[in-house]
Ligand binder design. Sequence first.
Ligand code: SF4
Length: 371
Amino acid sequence: MGETVIPLADLRYAAPVPAIPADLTAPNGLLADRLGRPLRDLRISVTDRCNFRCSYCMPKDVFDRDYVFLPQTSLLSFEEIARLARIFVAHGVQKIRLTGGEPLLRKGLEGLVEMLSELRTPDGAPLDLTLTTNGSVLARKAKALSAAGLKRVTVSLDALDDVVFRRMNDVDFPVADVLDGIAAAQSAGLGPIKVNMVVKRGTNDHEIVAMARHFRHSGIVLRFIEYMDVGGSNGWRMDEVLPSARVLDLLRAQWPMQALDASMTGETAERWRYADGAGEIGLISSVTQAFCRDCNRARLSTEGKLFMCLFATAGHDLRTLLRQGRSDAEISAALGQVWAGRDDRYSELRAAQPADRGAGQRRVEMHYIGG
Ligand code: SF4
């Protein structure tokens, strides 16, 4: 009998099974955490696999040929995901974002989208159902995803130049195919489309103006994301962070810009528009302008571990509750208790964090819980 290979994810992230409160009625309904933040936004990772090796998320030297990804058996089924989503929605979730790894690599994803698109908030409104993708297979999938009920997509694109693009994602994939995916998503009505560019000083920051120029007058919102110390594998250094204020300076040197108000509480991007009406951009500044005070996001990993923060070191195992045959009321009460106990605000505290948080205190990897 060969030795059992335990996926790193199982080894790496402690996730105790949440206790079921004796009183199943409390907390119930809309929730608030210890900092008074409601639960509004659920990010669901549907796979830990990806066909890119972006240096800030899945560097090739770590996620190499020998890396052991999660076996199919440990992934939540679409029915399990939809059941959990229904419980989260009853607690106030209004927006669900499907992520990965690369979510479009999960077979039959349209089926899950269909299930989630049938959910309604307690006051009967449809969910804001969206998805983040690297765009590699979007051109083939956009129409079916839209038909299944997906509302919007966000596409990650870190450069227009193929050489720079390869330096960021470490695979040989043409930018043109990602742009085709974006065009297909636009034709399928999956908008307003957002494009996310992670800016790494010294690698792709010289592409900022070219990217902005490309998406002006397109109706697509281009967002610049500060390079973050997510996980424990990307070798993050502060001197590779280009502060968003600097990005804005570069854009203002080209075009007059006007600040816009946030479109909703908890929005991660600071919004700006071109004064000449050519569209909107966003700045996501987790490093230099933390936005934890309104953070209303929970993250569910592909095998059912719930994380309270992108920089968490441990989760809460909801899969075991599901597979133990627990009732919706029990899982709902357990979830309510977990959220009520939440006080995460890593980005606000980042500067005070010790560089080495000690063995076993690894931050969760982004490919595992989505951005
Ligand atoms: S660092 Fe954590 S708490 Fe702060 S905004 Fe990000 S996910 Fe939310």
